[in-house]
Write a protein that binds this ligand. Structure first.
Ligand code: ZN
Length: 245
């Protein structure tokens, strides 16, 4: 089975289309989406529509949750809150219902856990090996995918009693998984990368070959930024797209 793993699309339709074009020839059997389909960007309905058309298996992100229930945006920064209130006004009722029904945690094919932030708590940011250890303690599968930080990276639990090992910025190379280890993988953000690399990010996992690759693809950032500007969204939210922060 070949899985494409997408996270943190954030209503960036141009980036999502670029990623899907890249995946078109990758013999993908199943699409997984780790949440934050909406928030920040200018095309929330179109991104929800595309994800639904793909039949992607999804979990909810904190922005998806806040679009449904604005009280959840209380802790957002002022620009992020402005984006989510705008998003809520834009979303059609069927897409709001779709987002409202997303679970926080999901196990796919009895082998893969999916969460937004951490298997132990969907709102937790997994940044350090100590954070990763919380997910490893909670997960009941050899592999879990997470997003939320917008950093492409992975953590490995080698099963030797030592703390998880962090592998930052792993884009490009194909990685052979060991049957003796457990893996916590962040595919990076499709729509708003923050790891210093402005390219849209995604992962492909081949469960038969036991291979993982994190891919990056260029997209028309100016087009996305113009769409956000025309929608009246905060400048800081599109200025950062060029910087990958
Ligand atoms: Zn996000």
């Amino acid at each position: 089975m070949r899985y494409a793993v997408l996270s943190d699309i954030h209503s960036n339709l141009v980036a999502l289309q670029a990623v899907l074009a890249e995946l078109a020839d990758a013999q993908i059997d199943r699409y997984l989406c780790l949440g934050d389909i909406v928030g920040y960007g200018a095309r929330p309905n179109q991104c929800c529509d595309l994800i639904r058309e793909l039949g992607a298996i999804c979990v909810r992100g904190n922005h998806d949750e806040a679009a449904v229930d604005p009280a959840k945006a209380e802790w957002f920064t002022a620009p992020a809150r402005a984006c989510i209130l705008w998003t809520r006004e834009q979303l059609r009722s069927d897409n709001l219902a779709f987002l409202a029904e997303l679970p926080a945690l999901r196990v796919v094919d009895e082998a893969i856990s999916m969460c937004h932030g951490s298997v132990s708590d969907p709102d937790l940011y997994t940044v350090t090996p100590d954070d990763a250890a919380l997910s490893f303690a909670a997960m009941e599968t050899p592999i879990a995918f997470f997003g939320h930080t917008h950093y492409a990276e992975w953590f490995v639990d080698n099963g030797d009693g030592q703390p998880p090992v962090e592998w930052p910025s792993p884009s490009g190379a194909t990685w052979q998984l060991s049957p003796n280890a457990r893996y916590l993988v962040n595919p990076g953000a499709v729509g708003q990368p923050r790891d210093g690399n402005e390219l849209a990010s995604y992962a492909i996992y081949d469960s038969d070959a036991c291979e993982m690759v994190i891919g990056r693809v260029a997209y028309d950032i100016a087009k996305s930024a113009t769409q956000m500007q025309e929608a009246g969204l905060p400048e800081a939210m599109y200025a950062r797209l060029w910087l990958g922060v």
